[in-house]
Design a protein around this ligand. Structure first.
Ligand SMILES: *[C@@H]1O[C@H](CO)[C@@H](O)[C@H](O)[C@H]1NC(C)=O
Ligand SMILES: *[C@@H]1O[C@H](CO)[C@@H](O)[C@H](O)[C@H]1NC(C)=O
Ligand SMILES: *[C@@H]1O[C@H](CO)[C@@H](O)[C@H](O)[C@H]1NC(C)=O
Ligand SMILES: *[C@@H]1O[C@H](CO)[C@@H](O)[C@H](O)[C@H]1NC(C)=O
Ligand SMILES: *[C@@H]1O[C@H](CO)[C@@H](O)[C@H](O)[C@H]1NC(C)=O
Ligand SMILES: *[C@@H]1O[C@H](CO)[C@@H](O)[C@H](O)[C@H]1NC(C)=O
Ligand SMILES: *[C@@H]1O[C@H](CO)[C@@H](O)[C@H](O)[C@H]1NC(C)=O
Ligand SMILES: *[C@@H]1O[C@H](CO)[C@@H](O)[C@H](O)[C@H]1NC(C)=O
Ligand SMILES: *[C@@H]1O[C@H](CO)[C@@H](O)[C@H](O)[C@H]1NC(C)=O
Ligand SMILES: *[C@@H]1O[C@H](CO)[C@@H](O)[C@H](O)[C@H]1NC(C)=O
Ligand SMILES: *[C@@H]1O[C@H](CO)[C@@H](O)[C@H](O)[C@H]1NC(C)=O
Ligand SMILES: *[C@@H]1O[C@H](CO)[C@@H](O)[C@H](O)[C@H]1NC(C)=O
Ligand SMILES: [Cu+2]
Length: 590
């Protein structure tokens, strides 16, 4: 392995918990700042960490704690989130703006503690304020514990591969414009592999990312989808890949020609450089289930064999699923993920559910003065879970919860949708489209075992909805297309080796058009909470700010989609032990 952990460490901190427990924790400095970057023939300032795009990789071993001092030298409020890190008893450092903290204001700083526990593999960090994560993101690599090994032969070398999305315009302006118009954000100008669009875009060829490999060797790619909106297909020409992990949890190895990866998801994969020495394209493009205009460009990197050979003049492009709307290809890949579930990596799928939840995911419209918004029929697009569209609280939810500040949020988030209708119907009455607005959370009892069924609806328009739960992984025990059937579907649950993920795309009902299956449902069975023995209670809120990348096509303007004003989130924060409250650094405490 070429990457040395120590290279990335900018310092060590000695932290003593009690008298006898002193430990040196790796300490990193993140300076958030504007930095000029040139892509697609033009230069703009983007928000970066330490001037790098993508940002620096964090390295840890399983169970480590690391500290990151975040300094905001940019011109906007920001926060940084550690996507997929469970952060047991440490929610203050988790990062989502207005959920666990006020944003870090320009000139401010915040020291964040990242506590790893069972995660092993690849995660990522990203800004969690407005759309800043478009450029403020990077990989988190979590190695096995000292003395432990990968559950697969040690690769010759490994590379983070970060798939990204690039707009020619300023991200802050794009965000503002979308919030103001109430319509869809402009589609992106390019996709990126490790910050580079690749050969198929103007002014990009010289900088295409290159992966140099030795013939006969096996490599580990840590694939991260950091795109704002799109689920992506990824493939390497002439090379099969073997998936070995996802979301920092190992999977049964399976071989595939391509990968489907949701925004927020990570996939660890192996490939062997066993083809004739040459150069081959690595490529990614969007999978889009809904009928919308989307960025239909293809990003590429180059896989190049070391050695003395004559390469073909035109490298071959991989065979990505042919259609952008190939839902079968998308769900087939995701449905193939299985937990490793072996002796050294046992799983513990809870059988007895204490808290069944059924969440509908919908796109909605809100009335707009003089019908002047850019959503369908002059409305403002929104989205909801169980018909509640999240309203930002005036004080962040965690703080209000901890200090018992009343009136900030309600605790009546519904366990079931308020109205039952044919979620999958092609035509739905207009009156269903307007959601309730609210800042409601769902409080879970400590040690609750939760099952969530995510049911997509066809309100306004259907599309895939990537869902992510902060601080938790969940077993995905089933999925399908169509209305959830509470009698039949549970019989098909995989309780033997379901994948343990933190992000899952609830699929669109694209097959409907072919007259086969009506719509979509997805079942996620969250990880048993029994490990978090220090919690006495869990809190769940559903919101607009925290994780927001759903696609929102509209019927009137099929050329458009929306996402950021409206994405929804399921967020769980633990009630905390008092030891990791960074009161000193806490910005804008009321
Ligand atoms: C930045 O955050 C502070 C504190 O929450 C808030 O007062 C201010 O309005 C925010 N600025 C912007 C541009 O959102
Ligand atoms: C976006 O809007 C905020 C709040 O109105 C404003 O402070 C900021 O300057 C705007 N950003 C851009 C890039 O226009
Ligand atoms: C979005 O696209 C529209 C139409 O092409 C354009 O007028 C607008 O300037 C774009 N937005 C940004 C932020 O560049
Ligand atoms: C991509 O979309 C553009 C419109 O945005 C269209 O003109 C072009 O033909 C599309 N290209 C492909 C390969 O579908
Ligand atoms: C590369 O191979 C060619 C043809 O076999 C040979 O002429 C040349 O010397 C080799 N170059 C190196 C650097 O080995
Ligand atoms: C997918 O897209 C292709 C090409 O644009 C189109 O012919 C096909 O009908 C679409 N399939 C569905 C299910 O929308
Ligand atoms: C809405 O329409 C009324 C009457 O046409 C007009 O007086 C008012 O200025 C409009 N408001 C906005 C925000 O466009
Ligand atoms: C827009 O208004 C028309 C006419 O009332 C209606 O038929 C259509 O369903 C509306 N579309 C949406 C998305 O609200
Ligand atoms: C969602 O968040 C945006 C951005 O902060 C805010 O302007 C909007 O009002 C929120 N929407 C709802 C329904 O709360
Ligand atoms: C729901 O709508 C779908 C699509 O129109 C239809 O095929 C199905 O029969 C409907 N289900 C019920 C129970 O009405
Ligand atoms: C959501 O709530 C609003 C307000 O009560 C109601 O008008 C609408 O029909 C509801 N929609 C759904 C899908 O429950
Ligand atoms: C949590 O629940 C499990 C059963 O699901 C039980 O065995 C365990 O004792 C509970 N732990 C606590 C601390 O309540
Ligand atoms: Cu997260």
């Amino acid at each position: 392995m070429k990457i040395l952990i120590s290279l990335q460490l900018l310092g060590l901190t000695l932290l003593c918990v009690g008298i006898f427990h002193c430990q040196a924790w790796p300490r990193y400095t993140f300076v958030v700042e504007e930095t000029p970057y040139r892509r697609l023939c033009s230069t703009k300032n983007i928000l970066t960490v330490n001037g790098q795009f993508p940002g620096p990789t964090l390295y840890a071993r399983m169970g480590d704690t690391i500290i990151v001092d975040v300094y905001n030298k940019g011109n906007r409020n920001i926060t940084i989130h550690w996507h997929g890190v469970k952060q047991l008893r440490n929610p203050w450092s988790d990062g989502p703006a207005y959920i666990t903290q006020c944003p870090i204001q320009p000139g401010g700083s915040f020291t964040q503690t990242i506590m790893f526990s069972s995660e092993e593999g690849t995660l990522w960090w990203h800004a969690h304020s407005d759309w800043d994560r478009a450029t403020v993101h990077g990989a988190i690599v979590i190695y096995p514990n000292r003395g432990a090994t990968y559950p697969f032969p040690k690769p010759h070398a490994e590379f983070p591969i970060i798939l990204g999305e690039w707009w020619k315009e300023d991200i802050g302006q794009l965000y503002n414009e979308t919030i103001q118009s109430g319509g869809d954000p402009n589609i992106s100008s390019a996709f990126l592999i490790n910050g580079q669009p690749g050969d198929l875009y103007p002014c990009s060829k010289p900088d295409t990312f290159k992966l140099m490999v030795d013939y006969g060797k096996t490599y580990l790619l840590r694939l991260i989808n950091s795109a704002m909106q799109e689920i992506l297909f990824f493939s390497i020409a002439n090379h099969k890949v073997t998936v070995v992990g996802s979301d920092a949890s190992y999977t049964k190895p399976f071989s595939s020609d391509y990968v489907t990866i949701s925004p927020g998801q990570t996939i660890d994969l192996l490939f062997t450089a066993d083809q004739s020495p040459n150069h081959y394209y690595i490529a990614a493009k969007a999978y889009v289930g809904g009928a919308v205009v989307y960025d239909n460009t293809t990003t590429t990197a180059m896989l190049q064999y070391n050695g003395n050979y004559t390469s073909t003049s035109t490298p071959s492009l991989p065979n990505l699923p042919y259609y952008h709307n190939d839902t079968k290809a998308s769900v087939h890949f995701t449905g193939s993920l299985r937990s490793l579930a072996d002796k050294n990596h046992p799983i513990d799928v809870p059988r007895k559910i204490t808290t069944p939840l059924f969440y509908t995911l919908s796109i909605n419209t809100l009335p707009c003065l003089n019908n002047s918004c850019a959503g369908p029929n002059g409305t403002r697009l929104a989205a909801s879970v169980n018909n509640i569209s999240f309203v930002n609280p005036s004080i962040d939810i965690l703080q209000a919860y901890y200090y018992h500040i009343n009136g900030v949020f309600g605790t009546r988030f519904p366990n079931f949708p308020p109205l039952l209708f044919n979620f999958t119907a092609q035509v739905l009455p207009l009156y269903l489209q307007t959601p309730k607005l609210g800042t409601e959370v769902k409080i879970l009892k400590y040690n609750a075992t939760v099952e969530i069924v995510f049911q997509g609806t066809n309100l306004v328009a259907g599309d895939d909805h990537p869902m992510h739960i902060h601080g938790f992984s969940f077993y995905v025990v089933g999925w399908g297309l169509g209305n959830f059937d509470e009698d039949k579907d549970p019989l098909t649950y995989n309780l033997v080796d379901p994948p343990l993920l933190n992000t899952i795309a609830v699929p669109v009902n694209a097959l409907q058009k072919k007259g086969s299956l009506p719509t979509k449902f997805f079942r996620g069975l969250p990880n048993s909470l029994s490990k978090s023995v220090f919690f006495d209670e869990k809190m769940l809120s559903v919101g607009n700010m925290s994780w927001n990348w759903n696609l929102f096509p509209t019927k009137e303007r099929p050329s458009k989609k929306v996402s950021m004003v409206v994405g929804n989130v399921i967020y769980l924060a633990g009630k905390l032990g008092a030891n990791f409250i960074n009161d000193k650094n806490y910005v804008c405490r009321k």
